[in-house]
Design a binder for this molecule. Structure first.
Ligand SMILES: Cc1cc2nc3c(=O)[nH]c(=O)nc-3n(C[C@H](O)[C@H](O)[C@H](O)COP(=O)(O)OP(=O)(O)OC[C@H]3O[C@@H](n4cnc5c(N)ncnc54)[C@H](O)[C@@H]3O)c2cc1C
Length: 540
């Protein structure tokens, strides 16, 4: 690596221009009083497929915008390695995600508060969800308008989704037209982070507005490799850009927003983490913080596949040039149609046991079928449901493999290591079959292709989950907020025991939220920005 003498000095250095990082860059530069350097390992978000919602499927294997991580062999998943896509581009994972807007349950945040995190109960975080939001349906007590994050409805109903929602109702679950409303339970359509059929990443919503400000510098293709310290105070960041090693100093704070894999990795590379791990890889230990990289949580999805009786699925559009062309033309002319949909069209939040207070599984209803995420769609009409346990007990880790910042960390979610998680996965699949057996849905089902009728017992279903289960891309909690010895940041997101160093991204969640994680990461960016600004102004 060519050493470089050029140094930059600013008030704040933000590492990572992802869901939370772009929020921070916007909010911290808004007053004009603070100079901010935003470091992003990836490039600009110019790839057209980022901005067309359906293009999501094209970004799974693109190394220009995706870190393309994978787990270690997962012991409870027949030692399979599970893909772990992460955005490596302005907007981070919000530029490549499935666009579903689901905040989680109010109880998730009340639980964070109960764990001792003052200021993180639902009533505390709701104003930040509302501040971020530009809700196409208008404002109410739970939703905001005028914020940088556009949220809108799917453009039109789909007959399969209608049947799915009706089948859920026939099976005893309510219809729900707002999963972020007063009650999460039920079946309905998802809302998406889109506007006029275009993706609304945080790069689009927050950064486009902020990048014109003279006090914001955005450095793309800049990989932060080490945080610099003076004693227990963060002073700057070393990063690689254009083949040179550069140094940036912060008069104010260094803020990690690299996401649930990269933030703990960078802390470990910088000497903050489990001492034995760091020593094993020749990293000088600055502080033995056992929790850095621990408590990894993720949602495992188990996809059930159905062959459809009618050619009304996305498979039928994508696999026939005339329909494909028609869909493209429709999108070009009206920004409507299949190109506007995200990872799920409709979905449901269900309780696998009636005695539960809130749903414990999420269903994504997908109007296409494929054997792998991002893989070729089946050459016949097909659709899928994905069953996800919302609050897994299994805990994993992220650990550096060497002192080389370019080497991906070892990622081990340890899916299904908890008995409770295995039981819930099976119960979720059984519930899904109950919904699919309803008359209104049955007329669309030629066959359940997977797991298939031969999978009848609980053991069969668990074997199917082990053989096919994969991530739904929600890693969290690897720099967990709390006050116990395993926690990494305090309730103001400061790395415990250090000055001028915070982590503000999905890795700080004390426990994973019961839904999709982008909205919560944006909320964390909003709230974290307020904390940084309050501290700068000398307030408690
Ligand atoms: C394929 C996929 C589908 C998903 N679908 C949904 C969905 O439908 N709905 C939903 O709510 N959530 C979804 N998610 C999850 C959601 O997008 C993430 O939880 C959220 O974006 C995480 O935000 P973050 O700020 O923690 O990290 P990220 O958004 O991942 O941002 C981290 C950024 O930091 C950069 N970075 C990392 N390390 C360094 C370094 N050392 N130097 C410089 N830059 C660095 C990265 O390149 C990246 O840009 C999905 C995620 C994926 C990958």
């Amino acid at each position: 690596m060519r050493p470089s003498r050029d140094t930059v000095s600013s008030d704040y250095i933000i590492i990572g221009a992802g869901s939370a990082g772009c929020v921070l860059a916007n909010r911290l530069t808004a007053s004009g009083r603070h100079r901010v350097l935003l470091l992003e390992a990836g490039g600009h978000d110019r790839n057209i497929w980022i901005h067309i919602p359906l293009g999501y499927g094209k970004l799974f294997a693109n190394p220009k915008v995706n870190w393309l991580y994978a787990t270690e062999p997962e012991p409870e998943l027949n030692n399979r390695k599970v893909i772990q896509p992460r955005g490596k581009v302005l907007g981070g994972s919000s530029s490549i995600n499935g666009l579903l807007y689901v905040r989680g349950q109010p109880e998730d945040f009340d639980h964070w508060r109960q764990l001792g995190n003052t200021g993180w109960a639902f009533a505390d975080v709701l104003p930040y969800f509302r501040r971020a939001e530009d809700q196409a349906r208008g404002a109410d007590a739970l939703h905001g308008v005028g914020g940088p994050l556009a949220v809108s409805d799917v453009c039109e109903p789909h007959p399969l989704c209608e049947a799915f929602i009706a089948a859920a109702q026939a099976a005893g679950f309510p219809r729900n037209d707002d999963f972020n409303g007063a009650r999460q339970e039920g079946a309905g359509y998802f809302q998406l982070t889109t506007r006029n059929g275009r993706r609304w990443s945080t790069a689009v919503g927050y950064l486009r507005q902020a990048r014109r400000r003279p006090n914001l510098t955005i450095a793309c293709n800049a990989l932060a490799t080490r945080i610099l310290f003076s004693g227990r105070q963060a002073t700057g960041v070393e990063y690689r850009q254009e083949g040179a090693l550069r140094t940036a100093y912060a008069n104010g704070e260094v803020i990690l927003a690299g996401g649930a894999f990269n933030s703990p990795q960078l802390l470990q590379l910088s000497g903050l983490g489990p001492a034995a791990l760091l020593q094993r890889h020749g990293v000088e230990v600055i502080a033995d913080i056992p929790g850095v990289g621990q408590d990894l949580q993720d949602h495992l999805q188990i996809r059930m596949q159905y062959r459809c009786t009618q050619p009304i699925t996305m498979n039928d559009v994508i696999n026939h040039w005339r329909h494909r062309y028609g869909a493209g033309l429709r999108y070009a002319l009206s920004r409507k149609g299949l190109l506007t949909i995200g990872a799920g069209y409709a979905g449901a939040f269900l309780r696998t046991r009636l005695e539960l207070a809130t749903p414990d599984v999420q269903i994504h209803f997908l109007i296409f079928s494929a054997d792998a995420a991002g893989g070729a769609l089946h050459p016949f009409p097909g659709f899928m449901t994905s069953v996800c346990q919302l609050r897994p007990e299994s805990r994993g880790f992220v650990e550096i493999r060497s002192s080389d910042p370019a080497e991906p960390p070892a990622i081990q979610p340890r899916y299904l290591t908890s008995r409770h998680d295995r039981d819930t996965a099976v119960a979720g699949m059984i519930l899904m079959r109950q919904v699919m057996e309803q008359q209104v849905m049955r007329r669309f089902i030629a066959e359940e292709r997977a797991p298939g009728p031969h999978c009848a017992s609980d053991d069969d279903l668990l074997a199917f989950a082990r053989e096919t289960g994969t991530t739904v891309y929600h890693p969290t909690s690897t720099c967990r907020m709390g006050s116990d010895p395993g926690a990494v940041v305090d309730e103001r997101l400061r790395v415990r025991g250090f000055d001028k160093l915070r982590v503000i991204d999905a890795s700080i969640m004390p426990s994973i939220v019961s839904g999709n994680t982008n909205a919560a990461a944006v909320m964390i960016g909003e709230k974290g920005a307020d904390m940084v600004l309050q501290d700068a102004a000398g307030r408690p």
